[in-house]
Design a protein around this ligand. Structure first.
Ligand code: SF4
Length: 457
């Protein structure tokens, strides 16, 4: 790869949503419950293939978290991306099922790499990261719905985690049985409730086209996800089921008992999904990248989303999904962006009250958002689950076109006003360790358990 010219950012979409993502892979380990029908077991982290770029990078570094973070930082810098605001993403298996000591050490080493120094304890490493050059502004952990107990939640809060991705795949017990998922819909509901009440941002992974499903069922499932208040995730990753070498599904496929959706079927389904997605949800990714050598049946078109969105834009479809509307990506397609903004509030029920606050313009382009939740009864009565200013990431302390212009403050003030008007005396924020300083400037303090930022009125 040629080095970028001065000022040029290589692969700009990486940081166009406001932060620089750093994915760190766990060492390979089999899942406790067994193996899901579609999941490959190939002597690398469960569900990955040896030729996945993330696996190859991790393998070269012996799955060492410190070295992986360092290597990713270096790669981002070479591509000219700002690296002040980092989102750490832990991937490669059910992290919370690994030995607890491994988990604590893994997270500590990630912070150590961002801090460029080794600490004795996780608490120390987190404290240093509050003012470090590379601050962890968000931390994402993937887990299964049945590995998300109160205990797990407490631990994730200790790690400084702010976002949890749940492997939901379908919300149908018959399908779960068929694919040997090892949990039920009840566990999805319980995990979602616990996470939401603790203030996490929740992402679901869903998998249309599973054995036992069909287009009609998949659409019904998608509608239910957003109409039933037990679900309503903030984010989605949509990975249509594919047949991968090394999975049990491969055998079924060769026996003629299973075929994945065709490219056209996936395309039609995704268009439908995008049209059904409410304005508070961001579809993070569509299609999983499977190296062609390992794809037995399914589509290789991982760029389908781009093509679909271009079509939707041409037809001037009013898509409300976040990524479609966010300023950083939108400004690549739309020349004239109206900079006059207003605050829009959407209220919805999700076993409690959710207030989705947005800074938008007349064209419904999204500049910033805030998720405020009022729990029915819980010690986290009013809690901010997310504050995000979109647009190209810029380094801390610098002013940008979108970031660092006061949108965050405006949204927090509105959330405080709503909280006070409800007669609630305290507002909590789940905060990446690296954002604590920002909230301190707005009058928030770290609570006694050293988890949430809190303001009392
Ligand atoms: S839980 Fe995830 S990683 Fe484990 S077997 Fe199932 S799909 Fe694979």
């Amino acid at each position: 790869m040629k080095p970028p010219k001065s000022g040029e950012i290589r692969k700009p979409t990486k940081t166009l949503s406001g932060v620089a993502p750093v994915a760190v892979m766990l060492k390979p380990r089999k899942c406790k419950h067994g193996t899901c029908l579609y999941c490959p077991t190939l002597d690398v982290p469960q569900s990955y293939t040896p030729k996945s770029p993330a696996v190859m990078r991790a393998l070269m570094l012996d799955y060492d978290p410190f070295k992986q973070v360092k290597a990713r930082l270096k790669a981002l810098k070479v591509m000219n991306h700002p690296t002040d605001k980092i989102e750490l993403i832990i991937m490669g298996g059910t992290f919370l099922d690994y030995p607890t000591k491994y988990q604590y050490n893994f997270i500590k080493e990630c912070y150590d790499a961002l801090n460029d120094r080794k600490c004795k304890t996780l608490e120390q490493a987190k404290k240093i990261n509050e003012k470090a050059k590379h601050r962890c502004v968000a931390l994402c952990i993937e887990t299964r719905p049945d590995v998300c107990s109160k205990e797990h939640i407490k631990r994730m809060l200790k790690f400084g985690c702010t976002r949890v991705e749940l492997g939901v795949q379908a919300i149908d017990d018959m399908i779960y049985k068929k694919i040997k998922r090892g949990h039920t819909v009840k566990e999805v509901i319980n995990a979602t409730k616990r996470l939401r009440e603790a203030g996490f941002k929740i992402g679901y992974h869903i998998m249309p086209g599973l054995p036992g499903s069909n287009r009609k069922k998949d659409i019904a499932m998608f509608k239910k996800i957003f109409s039933d208040e037990n679900f309503k995730p903030d984010q989605l990753k949509i990975y249509p089921c594919q047949v991968i070498k090394g999975s049990a599904l491969e055998k079924l496929h060769y026996k003629g008992k299973y075929s994945p959706y065709t490219e056209q079927e996936i395309k039609n389904l995704i268009i439908k999904f995008l049209k059904l997605t409410p304005r508070y949800c961001r579809i993070m990714r569509i299609m999983r990248e499977i190296p062609p050598d390992y794809l037995v049946a399914g589509t290789t078109r991982i760029d389908l989303r781009k093509e679909i969105e271009e079509e939707l834009r041409k037809k001037q479809n009013k898509i409300k999904e976040i990524r479609f509307r966010e300023i950083g990506l939108r400004s690549r397609y739309q020349k004239q962006i109206d900079n006059r903004t207003r605050l829009k509030i959407t209220r919805y029920k999700a076993v409690g009250e959710e207030y989705f606050l947005e800074i938008v313009n007349s064209q419904d382009v999204l500049f910033a958002l805030c998720r405020l939740r009022i729990n029915k009864k819980n010690k986290n009565k009013a809690i901010i689950r997310e504050l995000h200013v979109y647009g190209q990431a810029i380094n801390i302390g610098k002013r940008g076109k979108i970031q660092h212009k006061g949108f965050g403050k405006q949204l927090i003030e509105k959330a405080e006003e709503i909280t006070k008007n409800k007669g609630i005396k305290k507002l909590k924020i789940i905060s990446g360790v690296g954002v604590r300083e920002y909230y301190r400037k707005l009058g928030y303090k770290l609570d006694e358990e050293r988890v949430y930022m809190v303001k009392e009125f």
